[in-house]
Ligand binder design. Structure first.
Ligand code: AP5
Length: 214
């Protein structure tokens, strides 16, 4: 199964993708996580992308596509792409790269959320340093403050969670990523889910949608 989870920053793509990947048994491929791991590891890719991430700007298409081909398309059979593609150029590249492999996407889920709610979510998000699980200070708090429910790891606030970076990320989304909603609707791959609903409701609607594909 090959899926794309699309939507503005804060819509819950990562939260949903990690749960879906676990339940369905597919790989959770988050370009944001791949880039953050590269920054942490001090690799050449990490050095190149650090300023883009901290400033909330998109990493250039060529580098992003190269990383996705190597780390996901060449390495995995079934996956959910979380945060990729994010531009029309990336979507075209994905379509071409899959076609070269005799493959295609099975579904694209668009998680719709307005900017005000996205901003509240992002500025309150807590992430586990060890396993990457997401929490929210108010909406989805961990059982014990500062500690991950899943693995006991330390929770931290991402460097792109400042109000300034969040506003930049939302602007980038509207300008460069939102056109993908129409792009995938034209290909009859798109379903939109209202991401402002409680997490469990969004998850059950997502799993229901994927049922015929499993
Ligand atoms: P990335 O890591 O992909 O960030 P993003 O898309 O901006 O998305 P987020 O992870 O911030 O939000 P999300 O939708 O996953 O929401 P989440 O589940 O965390 O990208 C980071 C950066 O990397 C980019 O800015 C760019 O620089 C670079 N990059 C990545 N991919 C790229 C690409 N393809 N091309 C170029 N550059 C790229 O949830 C948010 C919060 O809300 C959490 O606290 C969560 O607990 C809470 N929450 C979730 N669901 C609910 C709910 N239903 N109700 C209440 N709270 C909820």
């Amino acid at each position: 199964m090959k899926l794309v989870f699309l939507g503005p920053p804060g819509a819950g793509k990562g939260t949903q993708a990690s749960r879906v990947a676990e339940k369905v048994g597919i790989f959770h491929a988050s370009t944001g996580d791949i880039f953050r791991a590269a920054v942490k590891g001090g690799t050449d890719v990490g050095k190149t992308v650090k300023d883009y991430l901290d400033g909330g700007r998109l990493v250039p298409d060529e580098l992003t596509c190269r990383v996705v081909e190597q780390e996901v398309l060449d390495a995995r059979k079934d996956y959910v792409l979380d945060g990729f593609p994010r531009t029309i150029a990336q979507a075209d590249m994905l379509e071409a790269a899959l076609a070269r492999r005799g493959q295609k996407l099975d579904a694209v889920i668009h998680y719709a959320l307005d900017d005000a709610e996205a901003t509240v979510r992002l500025t309150g998000r807590l992430v586990c340093r060890k396993c990457g699980w997401n929490f929210h200070k108010v909406n989805m708090p961990p059982k014990k403050q500062g500690v991950c429910d899943q693995c006991g790891g330390e929770l931290y606030i991402r460097s792109d969670s400042t109000l300034e970076a969040v506003q930049k990320r939302l602007a980038e989304y509207h300008e460069k990523t939102e056109p993908l909603v129409a792009y995938y609707a034209r290909r009859n791959l798109l379903t939109t889910i209202d991401a402002s609903q409680p997490f469990e409701t969004v998850l059950s609607q997502t799993l229901e949608l994927l049922r015929p594909l499993r």
